[in-house]
Design a protein. Structure first.
Ligand SMILES: [Zn+2]
Length: 181
């Protein structure tokens, strides 16, 4: 049947989009940013937003990959309501980004590795399925999780080594061991 999408196709597409998000996360790492990448996809399967974490570049603590991608997606859709949009992000969203996803009425989020310390999609808390909020976001977790995690771990390992050689004042808040459990 034309246009029929099986569960298997759906999963394969998730992995393909997550690989694109991973390449964006790699760009973040190369720019000295915490390596998180995101892409937003419309119902026709077209990518409508591509972003990576730019907190250092923009000197803006809200410039997470997801926030930038949500803004780009709203511009592409021409509406703040993103009910027909899927956002792929390499790491479980933080409370700020999860809150933004609820406010944008995001249809679905797919993330890579979990963040049991600060994740707001079921890791440390779950803002995406919170009875008091007006919208619930469908969540798929663990897509390309090992690769997403490895990128973060290698980034923080490099930062710790650099800090050991030349102490940096803001290194203390970085996670010692970024792990999935
Ligand atoms: Zn965030």
């Amino acid at each position: 049947m034309a246009g029929y999408v099986t569960g298997m196709d759906f999963a394969r597409d998730d992995e393909t989009y997550m690989r694109t998000a991973l390449r964006l996360a790699q760009s973040a790492a190369e720019a000295g940013e915490v390596p998180v990448g995101a892409v937003a996809v419309g119902t026709d399967g077209r990518i409508i937003a591509r972003a990576w974490n730019q907190v250092e570049l923009l000197k803006d603590g809200t410039a997470h990959a997801e926030m930038i991608a949500l803004t780009q997606a709203a511009a592409a859709v021409g509406d703040w309501r993103l009910t027909a949009v899927t956002l792929y992000v390499t790491k479980e969203p933080c409370p700020m980004c999860a809150g933004a996803m609820v406010n944008c009425r995001l249809g679905r989020v797919v993330f890579g590795c979990a963040d049991p310390r600060g994740g707001a999609a079921g890791g440390a808390m779950n803002l995406l399925d919170c009875p008091g909020l007006l919208h619930r976001v469908n969540v798929t977790r663990g897509v390309c999780a090992d690769d997403c995690l490895a990128l973060l771990q290698s980034f923080f390992r490099g930062r710790r080594q650099a800090a050991a050689n030349r102490p940096l004042p803001d290194v203390h808040g970085w996670p010692e061991n970024w792990s999935m459990n």
